[in-house]
Design a binder for this molecule. Sequence first.
Ligand code: NPG
Length: 370
Amino acid sequence: MFHIERLRLRLVRLPLVAFFETSFARVYDKTFILVTIDGDGVEGLGECVADVDPYYSEETTVTAWHVIKDFVAPLLLGRAFDHPRDVFPSLARVRGNNMAKAAVEMAAWDLAARRQNVPLSRLLGGTRSEIASGVSIGIQDSLDDLAAKVKKELDAGYRRIKIKIKPGWDAAAVEMIRARFGAIPLMVDANAAYTLADADRLAELDRFGLMMIEQPLEYDDVRDHAALQRRLTTPICLDESIHTVRAAEEAIALEACRIINIKPGRVGGHRESIRLHDLCAAHAVPVWHGGMLESGIGRAHNIHLASLPNFSLPGDIAASRRYFVPDLIEPGIEVSRDGTVPVPTGPGIGVTVDWDRVKAATLETCDVRA
Ligand code: NPG
């Protein structure tokens, strides 16, 4: 049992080590909300993955701040919970806004794990002591730049390479990688940049033996993905479209994908991620853990979650140094030469926050009490 006595929101901005470009935007820094929950003399931490712009999803840092402060916090403050899995259902009155809910819900899981003095992975049902790590490489200015990035990440030991694609930056990029690096574990992510009218062009990717193509079509679509999957041998992986467990049930029933990417921010936190993980396991659909350019705090949450058994493919959970130097945690997340990350063994998320760094990166703070 734990109490939720105070919620603190911090708007934090960190410069990225290098720009990151998807089919929808190029970003140079990451601005996000850090959530702290206080209860029973213990603190829990969560990171909101909403961006400043509504390009990946509808939510933004401003909408999440508003929803947490004015709607989520009042439903939780002053209450006692037997288990953090009870937090998400108690927010049911608030529709959607999963990134806002997840940041708070995940902080509650951290708090509960710390209160019990166990690593978060134990509370979540994790079974691994290390997770397999892959990288996501954004769209580059040239194929030579892309080749240099791929080489660097393979040399670092990462277990699979994902590249971002969009019309005009797709088959040639994949062809170059296959020609220069051979049969490496390779996948592509379109972030909804194509339509069903592009099916023939997407089918051209089949000859490259990709592990999967992620979210080729609209962010809220399932039906067209099912039609596309019937025309591709490459497995489709859904990301944006899977905003709830129900959406995953529909996608699986319609055979719209063969793999699912789990991001706790997209589905409302750890509880819903576990339900999604279990649903996929029951249907023999492999899952992997996505990334949203998190700081070490959100990254630590992801590592614990990715220790569950059906996370059988390498996730977008890479080393801190690829994103932020310095990170908000010390030491940062490290990836071993064989492309794995150990699951932290200390209480809760099990990483040490450098509060001076958090303070230096904070633009705005807000406390909410019962
Ligand atoms: O390594 O954290 C990471 C980035 C992984 O490619 C990645 N994330 O569409 O999954 C995505 C993409 C993304 C990044 C989406 C930032 C939204 C914001």
